[in-house]
Each structure stands twice: as C-alpha cells, then as structure tokens.
Design a protein around this ligand. Structure first.
Ligand code: ADP
Ligand code: MG
Length: 700
C-alpha cells in the first residue's frame, strides 16, 4: 500500500519531479499530494458555451470560439514583434495575438483546422482581438465535458518557470488519477453530512477542482466552507469550555459602598442607556461564579472609561483590587488623571505604574499593591512584569486590546490563583464575524450610543492643491478659540524619513501660522518631553498639534475641533476613524479634513469615500473587512491567529459562520466528554487540526 496522501511527496506526482516540487513548495507551500488537493481554484470560467465572433463586444469576460485560422501575419521588429492569426468562424474574423513564443505558436497550430479558442476579447476599432488565447483542437472535445474551467493562483516566478494555471490544472488531473482509491478519509460525521445535506468530502474535492456545472460547484464549495468554519468554531468553543471547567471565577456577589457612593454622589452626569446596559451585563458576569471574559466595543468618545471605572468599583466592593492596562504611557497617564479626577473625594487609592516610574516611588507602589493598600493600578504592560504582585486582583481591564499580544494577556492570567475577571475595551470595532472567530468565547458588549449633545464630525476630502484654503479654514477655527491637530503618516520603512516628514510639516505649519503656537509630538521623543508637549496643547497653551499617529488612541482634548490628516491615502480605515475620533469630543461642530494627492487607487478612493459618508465605527469596520480581507484587519496579525482560510471568507460567509457555530455548540453540549462513537470522526479531525495549530486556549 502506498503512503497516505498527506505524506506522499509531491515530487512523485507525474508531471512534477524534484525541480518543480521545489518551486511548488517555495511559492505555494505545496509539499504533499494532499496539499495540492487542497490548493483550490480562485475562479472558474464557463467553457460549456461557444460564442460567435459576430456576438462579441468589448465588455465580455472570457469566452470561447470555434473555427479556423485563415492565415498568420507578423508585425513589427525586435521587442515590438507580434504574431497575428486571423481566425474565422464564418460569422466574422477575430485576431489572435501573441507577443511571445511566436515560433512555438506557428509550429503548433495549422491553418484550416478546427480549433476551440479561449480567451478574453477586446474590441479595437471594430476588430476583435484576443491576446495569448488558449487553443485546443476541436475534435474530441465535447463541450459539456469541459464544463467550468478552474483557474489557480500562481506567482510571477512560477509563470516564468512555465507553471501556469493550466499547468496546475494538469497536475491536479494527474493527482486524481494517482490517488485512485486511496482517497482522504471523510472529515465530518455521517450525522452532520445527512442532517445538513452536505456533499461527501471526496465528491466535494473533485467538484471544487473540476465542477461539472455551477450547481455542483456551489454544493462543493459550501461543503468545504462548512467544514473549514465548523472546525474553527469547534476548536475555539471546546478550548473555552475546557478553560471554564478548569478555573472558576471570583464571585462578586454585591454592589456596595464604593459603587453606590460614587453613583449617587460623584457621577457628574447620568449614564447613557447603552452604558447602563453594559454595566448590567458586567454585573451578571462577575456574579456568576465564572470568569468574566467580555469585549466592550464602543466608538471613540462613547464613554467606555466610565463603564470601566464602575466595574472597578464593584471589584473594590467585593474586597478585590483592579488593574487597568493601556498600550502607551500617554494613555495610561491620561486614564490615571481621568480616574483620579472622577474619584476625587472618595477613599480610593489609584496608582500609576509605567516603565518610567522608578526607584523609591516604584518600590512603594509594589509594596502597597501586595498589602492591598493600592485599590486600583493603572499602567502600561509594565504592570505584567513578574515583580508586580497583587494582594487580590479581581478585575483586569485592557484598553485598546489589539495592541496587547496573546502572550501578554496570558501572563496576566497567571498572576492569581483564581482568574481575575477580564474586560477588554476597544474603540476599533471588530465586525461580529471576526470577533467570533478571534475571541470565540469572549462575550461582546456594545455601547452604541454617544453621550448627549455630541455633533457628528463633518468629514471632507481635499486634494493637496487646495492646501491654502485648508489652512484658511484651520485659521478661522483657531480664531474662534478652537484648536487643531495636523497628523502625518508613519512610513515604516525608515524612521529617519518619518521624523523628517514630521519636521518638515512642523516647519511649514510654523511658517503658515506665525501668529500661533505649535506643539509637536512623535513616537521617538522622550516620554517626559512628549507629555509636556501634550500638556501644553491640552491646556490650550498651543493652538496646533503636529503629530504622527501617537495621538491615535485615547487622547482627549475636547476644545480641538479640526483634525487634518496629511497623506490620508497612507492610512487604513480604522486608523482614519481613530484619528477622527480625537475631535468631536466637545459640544461644538468639528471637522476632519483628509488631504491626498490626485493619484489614488480604487481602494483608496473607496476608503476616503466611506470616511466622508459615515461616522459609524461598525459600518467602517465592516467596510474595512470587505475591502482588505480579514488577514489585514488591524489587530488580527498580533492576535496570533493564523488566518489561512482556504476557501471560506469571513467577510462573505458570516452567516454560515454563525450557523456552524450553533452546530458546534450543540455537539459540545451533547457530547461534553468527546466520547460518543457517532462523533468519533469529528474528535479525531479536531485532534489533527490542533496538532498543527496555534494554541487557541490563550486567545480568549
Ligand atoms: P471612550 O473611552 O469610549 O473613547 P471616554 O470614556 O473617554 O470615551 O468618554 C468621552 C467623554 O465623554 C469623557 O469626557 C467622559 O467624561 C464623557 N462621558 C462619558 N459618559 C458620559 C455620559 N453618560 N454623559 C456625558 N458625558 C459622558
Ligand atoms: Mg478611551
């Protein structure tokens, strides 16, 4: 018996050999027979229909014609040389054109023989052209047998080595022959297959490569997507069940002095409906005896910090400490200030611990944390250093979670015997489908309501040539007592260049606005310097803040009413949205001005248009997911989740994802010990997947 296809080396497949095997591995990661079997086409072209030359117009995708070559003709010299075959089907003449491989073509194809020609037509001056068509002899080809033709991804390098899509198509044909009876085992249980009317695995694999018709293709794709998403969900859900069973949560049974006093005597405004709802959701979690694992999503300025504070007070009421982590020193310091201001007059000790808190001060904080005298600790990731120990840490709040890696979060869990409750806050809304995949077991709360009196930010797009009028606009706003941000992009290839960019911008702004004071902030400044510049701007000692994206998250200066983003084309959607969120924090009308050059790609144009059209962070997140695909969504790279989905697409298959999640949940509920024989196939497959995957348990 031959070895299983998952370990059969691709070089033994007829048509491959050691040289091609090397390229397939390097370029596409294909090592085994199975890898090739799972290298799916990215599109299909209908080859069941023959068009007539007379019918062709310039807007058609790939088509095929049947007819004869009347004559060959060459034009031009040297690199301009091209070969034209005049091809006729009796209804008209099409020109088949080659720029390369001229000799090969004239050697292979003969005049006055029947061919089927396949390619993408263009119409030029009334003549139909098809460049580099595929040509097959017409005899022996039955149209229905050609069905839908698969197209496979290849790379430039592969094309140069003559491994085109049709070469891969041939390899896959050989593959099915080579596999013969040695087909891969079914990966879903019979019960699931029949309950959901799925195509069996091998049939699906055959049809996804060589679909007989669109209906069978659709069924094959559905089956394979189903399987892919099902195992992702099963994996996450099972891990989170295991974790839940292993660790209980601290029970916060009561709401007491701290919470009630603050709520009735210190809270300067009433909570929005959404804030109240989230507080209820958190109380339910934290009282349940299970660890709270909640993702709090809310647009910038929606009042997440206050909600976090209320949760911390509940922790204090139950004899526990709370800790809040921010991604940068600026943000940590700002949270510290906000919280101390809110809590002014209450008997709560809040401390700030960052990398720059050193010596005696640090020692005192550490000692008082251990004795329980410090109630709330605010910090950067410095708080998860091993030297930081709590008397009883009951709640951890992570702000802007996507900057914290999985590993960092996991280290926090290790700090206590019982797991602290966890609230992860983010202003970069993650579309629901993605949140489910990334954070399987994280419950999601949403603040979808802004505090009263906010006006949506007006966003406009301006080209560089309109810079003068933009400056005028900014000047007018400052005259009215407002302040402005001007942001330059980070171009990561070169730190030096970034600074230069910013310095040039700063010099220009100082020149254009000689009557005003200008602050400057960038990531390479010393924290103390940076803080000083921020402070001057926050207290309105300077009117303009020139900055890189360090001000992206959290910075709060309600008097600022203009956000100018230079080279807006260089920013992603969620970043633009974050930046825009720095204004519109007061009661006045605010503006966001996106500056770009004239040359914009289609995608950039769309991004800018979305920004102009909507202020809704969720809409923007969904659009981002569609435009960029999930692999590029901010945060997913750092999250540690490998997004090598082979066939499903999180942007398009959200409904299916939801559907299979419910199926996975049901299986786990009905078979918690993974021992029912009818599910044996499923658990075996899950074990296979886990063998090669990341440690999902650390993610939520
Ligand atoms: P986020 O962290 O979600 O971006 P913040 O918590 O910083 O938002 O809140 C933004 C501003 O709105 C802060 O100045 C905060 O004090 C204020 N705020 C929060 N909740 C309310 C509310 N219910 N009513 C009025 N103002 C609020
Ligand atoms: Mg905030």
């Amino acid at each position: 018996m031959s070895p299983s296809i998952s370990i059969r080396d691709i070089k033994y497949l007829p048509g491959v050999g050691p040289h091609r095997a090397e390229i397939l591995e390097k370029e596409l990661g294909i090592r085994s027979f199975k890898d090739l079997l799972y290298h799916f086409p990215y599109k299909y072209v209908d080859r069941s229909r023959i068009y007539r030359v007379r019918e062709i117009d310039g807007s058609m995708p790939y088509i095929q014609l049947k007819g004869q070559i009347l004559s060959f003709e060459t034009f031009g010299e040297g690199r301009q040389r091209r070969l034209v075959a005049h091809f006729s089907d009796g209804t008209g003449v099409a020109d088949l054109v080659w720029f390369q491989g001229l000799k090969f073509v004239t050697g292979k194809y003969k005049c006055h023989e029947e061919y089927i020609v396949f390619g993408r037509p263009t119409v030029f001056g009334g003549r139909v052209n098809i460049a580099h068509p595929d040509i097959d002899p017409a005899d022996g080809v039955t149209l229905s047998s050609m069905g839908l033709r698969p197209y496979y991804n290849t790379t430039e390098k592969m094309k140069r080595m003559n491994i085109s899509s049709s070469a891969i198509e041939k390899l896959v044909t050989n593959l099915f022959v080579a596999i013969g009876e040695d087909t891969p085992e079914e990966t879903l249980s019979q019960a699931i297959i029949s309950a959901h009317g799925l195509m069996p695995l091998m049939e699906a694999l055959r049809n996804v490569h060589f679909p007989k018709n669109p209906e069978l293709l659709r069924k094959a794709q559905y089956r394979l997507k189903f399987e892919e998403l099902f195992y992702i969900q099963l994996n996450i859900l099972r891990f989170s069940r295991e974790r839940r069973n292993r660790f209980g949560g601290i029970v916060f049974s009561k709401v007491g002095e701290y919470f009630n006093t603050f709520y009735s005597e210190f809270l300067p405004f009433s909570l929005t409906g959404a804030q109240k709802r989230v507080v209820r959701e958190m109380r339910r979690d934290m009282g349940s005896g299970r660890q709270m694992n909640r993702l709090l999503q809310g647009d910038v300025g929606s009042g997440k910090t206050l909600v976090a504070l209320l949760a911390m007070l509940i922790a204090l009421d139950n004899g526990c400490q709370a800790c809040m982590m921010a991604p940068t020193e600026i943000l940590a310091a700002q949270h510290y200030e906000t919280l101390t201001r809110f809590l002014d007059g209450m008997d709560v000790r809040v401390e700030l611990l960052t990398g720059s808190v050193k010596g005696k001060k640090r020692e005192t904080i550490l000692k008082d944390l251990l004795s329980g005298e410090v109630h709330i600790l605010i910090g950067t990731h410095a708080v998860i250093e091993d030297t930081v120990e709590f008397a009883s840490l009951g709640l951890v709040i992570i702000d802007e979670q996507h900057r914290f890696g999985v590993e960092q979060r996991a280290r926090l869990w290790a700090k206590n015997k019982t797991l602290p409750h966890v609230l992860v806050m983010t202003a970069t809304p993650i579309p629901r489908t993605l949140a489910m995949t990334l954070y399987g077991d994280l419950d999601v709360s949403i603040i979808d309501e802004l505090p009263p009196g906010r006006k949506p930010v007006t966003t406009v797009h301006r080209f560089d040539s309109m810079r003068a009028s933009m400056y005028e606009f900014v000047r007018n706003q400052i005259r009215m007592g407002r302040q402005a941000y001007i942001v330059y992009p980070l171009i990561q290839e070169s730190e030096k260049m970034d600074i230069k960019n910013l310095e040039d911008g700063y010099a220009t702004i100082c020149e254009v606005f000689p009557e005003y004071k200008v602050s400057k902030v960038h990531g390479k400044m010393k924290p103390a310097e940076k803080d000083e510049e921020m402070r001057r701007f926050a207290q309105c000692e300077t009117q303009i803040l020139v900055a890189t994206t360090v001000i992206e998250v959290g910075v709060n200066v309600p008097n600022a009413s203009v956000m100018v983003i230079e080279n807006a084309e260089r920013f992603g959607l969620s970043q633009l949205h974050q930046l825009r969120g720095r204004v519109g924090r007061g009661a006045d009308q605010s503006y966001c001005i996106l500056m770009t050059g004239y040359k914009l790609s289609e995608d950039t144009r769309k991004r800018i248009q979305i920004m102009v059209d909507t202020n809704d962070g969720f809409e923007i997140a969904e659009a981002d997911l569609k435009l960029r695909g999930p692999g590029d969504i901010e945060g997913t790279q750092q999250s540690g989740v490998a997004f090598d989905l082979k066939i499903a697409n999180l942007a398009r298959d959200g409904q299916l994802l939801q559907y299979v999640r419910e199926i996975a949940e049901k299986i786990i509920d009905e078979d918690p010990t993974a021992s029912k024989p009818e599910n044996a196939v499923i658990w075996k497959q899950l074990a296979e997947i886990r063998k090669k995957n990341v440690d999902w348990s650390a993610i939520s």
